[in-house]
Design a protein around this ligand. Sequence first.
Ligand SMILES: [Mn+2]
Length: 404
Amino acid sequence: MELDLVQDLRKRVDTKKGVLILTHERPDIDALGSVSGLGWVLSEAGIPFTLEIEDWGHYSRDLIPKSESVCPEIQVLLDTSEPSRVFGYRSDLEVFVVDHHPQETVRFSGVIDTSCCSTSALLAKLVRPYLDSKSSTCLLAGLLSDSGVLTYSNTNEGCVSMAIALLEAGADWEKAYREATKICGWEQAIRIGHLLSRVKAYAPGVYMLVVSAEERTRMKFTDSDFSLALSLMQWIGDGRLFVTVRENPRHGVVNVSLRSRGTGKALELAKALGGGGHRMAAAAKLRQELQLVVLRVTELIEGLEREQTSILGRVTPEDEQLAELLEKTAFLSTGVDKNALSTIRRLVVDGADPERASWLARQDIDLLAIHELGQWLTSEAPGRKPHTFLESLVFRQVDEDCPA
Ligand SMILES: [Mn+2]
């Protein structure tokens, strides 16, 4: 039997007090979608709550539920179970965790499920009877963000089933997709274009973006710019490892983010650098000179090279059908309904690998295409018409009235 989180929280809190909802610092869309999704659910259920978030970033203001001023009795930690990473953590309160990251030591009660593609998908399971269109749109945004719109290796049957359930509960696919992929206006699009023009190939299938503190300050690159550039880099068809290395002007640290495909080793590399994360999406923070970090990363990549990891294994007819569906819907950016998702679920159950299918559908996209996309973003006047597939895709990601 699945836990009913709403009933559970109702039992634990006094009607006059309430629940404090928290997540990690520098929250991503999975974190924000989970926090806001749970907020909407609790407000529907009449349980008082407060959200305390470091930064909502570009998240749509109409998807953020209003916090009440409560004197909380319990804090729910979403998308992390590590107090030192939680923004607003209170050591005097009881803790309940919902997370899909592996937990080193069990310290708190809660639900940890590393087989879930996102915390928002896991949370959706726990509050399923209470979902409405607002909460399910928020949770779907988180699911789509963490699963690369159902194309990363964490996209399993449960993940697709939950996307269907959220759609049935009233989620707005287009809005959730937009939240998961949003570029905030043409100013941000242009900065991302500058970043994409700087991407280099370091070994076959290995693409890296290195930015110094000086460059970062001069070009006003933000964390969100880097994370969107890293997503866009992953359109490169033959890529199996994608890396950003950025020097932080304020803290004298260098941040490394890694994404890998197939048998790629993002987590292994991150651990070698003293960091952590998921198997295919990981990060590390180093207090070292930028050039030394780049050297270390390059050496680690060369070590991988010798192992000759294969990208993706054998392609099946189900992979091909799924690739076709991805192409037809422009990678699920348009024309997605319950039928399309049910087809995806059937193909996944029959053995299709969403990552392999998306690799098939992206085969023609190379580093040159990413550089050209960068050029188009930086040279064209904002709002000019797109020509290529990638240009149209990114064009639709740009939200001209997103919150500043
Ligand atoms: Mn997550």
